[in-house]
Design a protein around this ligand. Structure first.
Ligand code: ATP
Length: 358
C-alpha cells in the first residue's frame, strides 16, 4: 500500500471542463472526502483515479507507479457505489469470497478471509443468507466486505450511503471510517452531503465547478473557509452573508452592516478595502439575540425549528431573513429582537471573487 498522488488532473467532455487542474495527495491510511454540489466534478475525478474514465491530461500515481493509463482491473482498487450490486443467487459468504475465487485462492483461504472481514463488519451471523434476506444497510456491509477481502491498494467510494435512511447512515459512518482505517490504504470518498464529509474524514476536499477550492481537516475547513463558497457549503445551518461597508478607524476597522456597526481588528489585507465594501460571513451559531431590538440588527421573529438540543430561529430583518441558533427551548413569539454578531467570528470575503480576506 502506498500514497496516491493526483497531479494536474484535467478531464474534458468535448468543450466542458469537468475537472480542472486537480492536485491532491492521499496518504497511506488517510480518509479524504471529495465534497461539493451536484455537477462539480467529484464523480469524474473518482472515475479518473479508478481508471473508469481516461484523463485529458495529468497523472495518477500509486506510490511511485504511474497508473494513468492502467485499466481499472490492473489498479487493484476497491470500488463501492450507491448501487450495491450483489449477486442475488449467491450467499453472503460467496458474494464476499468472489474476488478471491477469481484470483484462484483455495476455499479454505477464501472463507478464512471472509470470516475475518465479516467479523469486522458485524455480519458474521449473516454469512449463509442471500442478499434478498438482508436490509439495505446489511447489503452495503456485504459490499464493503467484498471490497476489503482483497487488501486493496485504495478505496474509492462514490456516494455509497445515499440510498440509506438517516439512522442507517449514522450507524454505517463510523464503520466505514473504522474499517478503512484497519485496512490502512488511502481512501477517496465522494459525497454531496457535507455532514457525511465532516463526520468521516481525516481531510475534506471541497470542489466547485471542476476545481479544488479547499483541502483540510474538517474543523479547519469549517472554522477557516478560504472562500464564501466553502463557508456556505460546509456547516449547517448555512453561514449567513451580508454586504458591509468598511472604514478604518484608529486601530480598528468599522464594518457597517445595515444599521449596525461592528468593530473588528484591522489587518493589512483588510486595510486594502477601507472606504469600500466587503462581503461578510457569520455562522448562525455566532449570532445571539437581545430583547432590545436596537441592539444590533433589528429582527422580527418568524419561526422556530425545534431540534431538541437546539433551536433554529428565523428572523426577518432589513438585511433579509436570518437564521440564528437559539437556546434549546427558545420561543420567539413573533416579537422584535436585536441580533448581535460575535465580532470575533465574522469572516470577511472579497465581494467579487468571494476569496477570504481575513
Ligand atoms: P453529482 O453529485 O450530481 O454526481 P458530480 O460532482 O459527481 O455530481 P460529475 O458527475 O463528475 O459531477 O460531473 C461533472 C460535469 O461533467 C457535469 O457537468 C456533468 O454533466 C459532466 N459529465 C459527467 N460525465 C459526463 C459524460 N460521460 N459525458 C459528458 N459530460 C459528462
Amino acid at each position: 500500500m502506498a500514497k496516491i498522488t493526483i497531479q494536474n488532473l484535467t478531464k474534458q467532455f468535448g468543450s466542458l471542463v469537468a475537472v480542472d487542474d486537480f492536485n491532491l495527495t492521499i496518504d497511506d491510511g488517510e480518509f479524504i472526502t471529495l465534497v461539493g454540489p451536484s455537477g462539480c466534478g467529484k464523480t469524474t475525478t473518482l472515475r479518473c483515479v479508478a481508471g473508469l474514465e481516461s484523463t485529458t491530461s495529468g497523472q495518477v500515481m500509486f506510490g511511485d507507479h504511474d497508473v494513468t493509463d492502467y485499466p481499472v482491473q490492473q489498479r487493484g482498487i476497491a470500488l463501492l457505489f450507491q448501487d450495491i450490486a450483489l449477486y442475488p443467487h449467491m450467499t453472503v459468504q460467496d458474494n464476499m469470497a468472489y474476488p478471491l475465487k477469481l484470483e484462484g485462492q483455495s476455499k479454505e483461504q477464501r472463507y478464512e478471509r471472509v470470516r475475518e472481514a465479516a467479523e469486522m463488519l458485524q455480519i458474521a451471523d449473516q454469512l449463509d443468507k442471500h442478499p434478498s434476506e438482508l436490509s439495505g444497510g446489511q447489503q452495503q456491509r456485504v459490499a464493503l466486505g467484498r471490497s476489503i477481502v482483497r487488501e486493496p491498494a485504495m478505496f474509492l467510494f462514490d456516494e455509497p450511503m445515499s440510498d440509506l435512511d438517516a439512522k442507517l447512515k449514522h450507524e454505517l459512518r463510523p464503520l466505514f471510517a473504522e474499517v478503512t482505517e484497519k485496512v490502512g490504504c488511502p481512501t477517496m470518498y465522494v459525497t454531496h452531503d457535507q455532514e457525511e464529509a465532516m463526520t468521516m474524514s481525516d481531510r475534506i476536499a471541497v470542489m466547485n465547478d471542476g476545481e479544488l477550492e479547499q483541502v483540510g481537516p474538517p474543523e479547519e475547513v469549517y472554522d477557516e473557509p478560504t472562500s464564501s463558497f466553502v463557508g456556505e457549503f460546509i456547516g449547517r445551518p448555512n453561514m449567513e452573508f451580508f454586504d458591509a461597508g468598511i472604514e478604518q478607524h484608529n486601530g480598528t476597522m468599522d464594518l457597517t452592516i445595515g444599521d449596525a456597526v461592528y468593530q473588528v481588528e484591522t489587518s493589512e489585507a483588510l486595510t486594502q478595502y477601507a472606504g469600500g465594501n466587503v462581503r461578510i460571513g457569520i455562522r448562525p451559531q455566532d449570532i445571539s439575540i437581545a430583547d432590545d431590538p436596537d441592539e444590533g440588527v433589528t429582527g422580527e421573529h418568524v419561526f422556530d425549528e425545534t431540534l431538541g438540543d437546539q433551536t433554529h430561529s428565523l428572523f426577518d430583518t432589513p438585511l433579509g431573513r436570518i437564521t440564528v441558533v437559539t437556546p434549546p427551548r427558545f420561543r420567539g413569539n413573533g416579537k422584535q429582537y436585536g441580533l448581535q454578531f460575535d465580532t470575533g467570528a465574522i469572516k470577511t470575503f472579497d465581494p467579487k471573487s468571494g476569496l477570504r480576506i481575513d
